[in-house]
Write a protein that binds this ligand. Structure first.
Ligand code: ADP
Ligand code: MG
Length: 397
């Protein structure tokens, strides 16, 4: 789960990270009063969307005015005007794709005097099996580009879980950032604060780009991007409250309400599968036969008829779906339950695209019988390969 920049900053501030003062504007009417809460002389107006690259982005609507999603203002009135211009408009950045994202919240914060822009992030390094810091002197830009062009400017510092951030770890990171004096002292404190926040709140990723050094050699978190491990959210009700549903795909929200693991993709073959491994294999084989999956969907091991029905409805509500492949291995889950779920769903929502069903495992005969005895126009398949070939053929005609 992702949160907005202003939420991430508030959270990091509570851990002692140096963050500027700011105000959040949710509707145009309050923009001016909110902007006046900040003393100036420089205001920065920042569109809040769950995507980076806002500064270099552009708005689709000409009424949003010149410039991207991060703009400077010299007065509270001007800041308010910029906030009003951005609200409700569509911001396109390298991370949003062509369709862009609608701006529902604008953050206005104190402008900082920037001497240097640095990069600092924390993530779970799966290869090392540890939390690691990534530090670079090349902040403010795309870190992937830095990694490609000047990899020597990026340092990775893993943290031993039993020891946490030791003096040595903090020192290495601060050196990687080339901080000195006050900035180095503040940098070490920041590293400890970030590690504490990361582990206590079960973050998946925390990225500060840029972390800045100001002319007085103090540092400040200027941008913050945080995402959380979805499997740990149940123990962080405070974090769950930060969720902004308008940033999420409506189908994914519906799926999560029914405890289905669903990720929408760009292809045209909808997949209903049980088990993450089988779901991945199904997507792979669809690609292998020359088509693209429209989604990842794992209905889980012990799915009920209702859950299967809901899953089917979610797949068919995706306008990109031109064919459906149901691929179930009945272990705990029984094939006849799946078959009944599919029938119930088709009765409810109708079926306007080809459907291939491959069942295997517990009660497979009963399941096939239910499908075959129905008046549904279902293509049945015997194994994964057969199923994939049949659905690709049905879609491509
Ligand atoms: P994004 O990464 O989405 O483009 P950032 O928050 O990183 O958004 O802002 C882009 C750039 O705007 C920063 O690299 C920095 O140069 C400038 N900027 C952002 N916030 C401030 C601020 N409070 N004061 C001064 N400059 C800022
Ligand atoms: Mg940034």
């Amino acid at each position: 789960m992702n949160i907005h920049e202003y939420q991430a900053k508030e959270l990091l501030k509570s851990y002692g990270a140096p963050v500027a003062n700011g105000v959040i504007v949710l509707n145009a009417d309050e923009a001016e009063a909110k902007a006046k809460e900040l003393p100036g002389p420089l205001w920065v107006v920042k569109a809040q969307i769950h995507a980076g690259g806002r500064g270099k982005g552009h708005f689709k609507e000409p009424e949003a005015g010149e410039g991207g999603g991060v703009r400077l203002a010299r007065s509270a009135e001007e800041a308010a005007e910029q906030a009003r211009a951005m609200l409700g408009k569509t911001l396109v950045t390298v991370q949003t794709g062509e369709e862009g994202k609608q701006v529902g919240r604008v953050y206005i914060e104190e402008g900082a005097d920037i001497e240097k822009e640095l990069y600092l992030s924390v993530l779970v390094d799966r290869a090392l099996g540890k939390v690691a810091f990534i530090a670079s002197t090349e902040g403010g830009m795309d870190i992937e580009a830095v990694a490609e062009e000047t990899p020597e400017k990026i340092v990775t510092v893993p943290v031993e879980p039993s020891q946490g951030v030791t003096d040595e770890v903090a020192e290495k990171i601060v050196q990687g950032l080339k901080l000195e004096g006050t900035a180095a002292e503040e940098g070490k404190k920041l590293v400890r604060a970030l590690y504490k926040a990361f582990t206590e709140k079960d973050m998946a990723m925390l990225e500060i780009n840029p972390l800045i050094v100001m002319p007085d050699n103090h540092i400040r978190v200027l941008d913050a991007k945080v995402s959380f491990d979805p499997n740990a959210l149940f123990r962080h009700p405070d974090i769950l409250e930060l969720r902004d549903l308008s940033e999420e795909d409506p189908l994914e929200i519906r799926a999560s309400e029914h405890d289905l693991s669903y990720v929408k993709l760009d292809g045209n073959i909808g997949c209903m599968v049980n088990g993450a491994g089988l779901a991945m294999a199904t997507m792979d084989i669809i690609k292998h036969y020359g088509a693209e999956p429209a989604n990842f969907l794992d209905v889980g091991g012990g799915a009920t008829k209702e859950k299967v029905t809901e899953a089917f409805k979610i797949i068919t509500s995706d306008p990109g779906v031109e064919g459906i492949l149901v691929n179930i291995f009945g272990g705990i889950m029984k094939c006849d339950v799946i078959a009944e779920g599919v029938l119930a769903a088709v009765k409810e929502v109708g079926l306007s695209v080809p459907l291939v069903v491959r069942l295997e495992g517990t009660n497979v005969e009963k399941g096939k019988e239910i499908i075959n005895n129905s008046d549904l126009d279902v293509i049945s398949a015997d194994d994964l390969e057969d199923a994939a070939q049949k659905i690709v053929k049905a879609v491509k005609g």
